[in-house]
Design a protein around this ligand. Structure first.
Ligand code: HEC
Length: 190
């Protein structure tokens, strides 16, 4: 019953879901954070130097794309090649397999503990087809950038390029679209 009410709260308060332990636990410690003042008389931090850019590992979601609707319309800038699909595979294994499973169908060990099963990312999904019009690359990118009702967000863990590489893996391998022949040959001759 406790689990059920927790899941219901998380379903209706997505912000809480984003605070799930695994996303920020290691970062939320009493240590002094980068650029944080150690002088109690002078709290706050120095302003960023002009022309500074966010480093990988910081949440860039609000800079690169406003919300899920905007993400939906993004065109995937990372070409589907053997290399990007391979990178995507590695990242998927680290970040997505615990819930979505190696198969991508949602049969991961962590996913099994959730009240809402992780959804099926393969073309065997019988809730909705994975056509490019209604479920474009930007939809998958948006799920990773902003999370879902239960699914945590990955904007802090994966750079935008890495997120597109995961999209390429989901499309080419899990959804069996393959790597365009031109890209595959171009990779080999390199
Ligand atoms: C903690 C478990 C968990 C992890 C880890 C996780 N997901 Fe999810 N995912 C879910 C759940 C639960 C849903 C169901 C929708 C929701 O939460 O709103 C979902 C839904 C999705 C959807 C929507 C599927 C559809 O049918 O429309 C996509 C796309 C997705 N996840 C991609 C990913 C990717 C890519 C990763 C790795 C970066 C990932 N997920 C990691 C739990 C997870």
């Amino acid at each position: 019953m406790k689990n059920l009410s927790l899941a219901i709260i998380l379903l209706f308060v997505p912000v809480l879901a984003h605070a799930w332990p695994w996303s920020m636990d290691m970062a939320n410690q009493i240590n002094v954070k980068p650029q944080e003042s150690v002088d109690p008389a002078n709290p706050g931090m120095n302003p960023f130097p002009k022309r500074s850019v966010p480093a990988p590992g910081t949440a860039t979601s609000s800079i690169e794309v406003k919300d899920k609707d905007a993400a939906f319309k993004l065109v995937n800038p990372v070409p589907v090649t053997a290399r990007t699909v391979d990178m995507g595979h590695r990242l998927f294994t680290i970040y997505c397999v615990p819930c979505h499973g190696k198969s991508g169908t949602g049969d991961g060990y962590v996913g099994a503990k959730l009240i809402m099963q992780p959804w099926n990312l393969t073309s065997s999904n019988d809730i909705h087809p994975w056509d490019s019009k209604d479920y474009p690359d930007g939809y998958i990118f948006g799920m990773m950038t902003f999370g879902g009702a239960v699914m945590p967000l990955y904007a802090m863990d994966l750079t935008p390029t890495e997120r597109w590489e995961v999209v390429n893996y989901v499309r080419a391998v899990l959804q069996k679209r393959g790597i365009p022949p031109a890209a595959a040959t171009a990779q080999k001759t390199k």
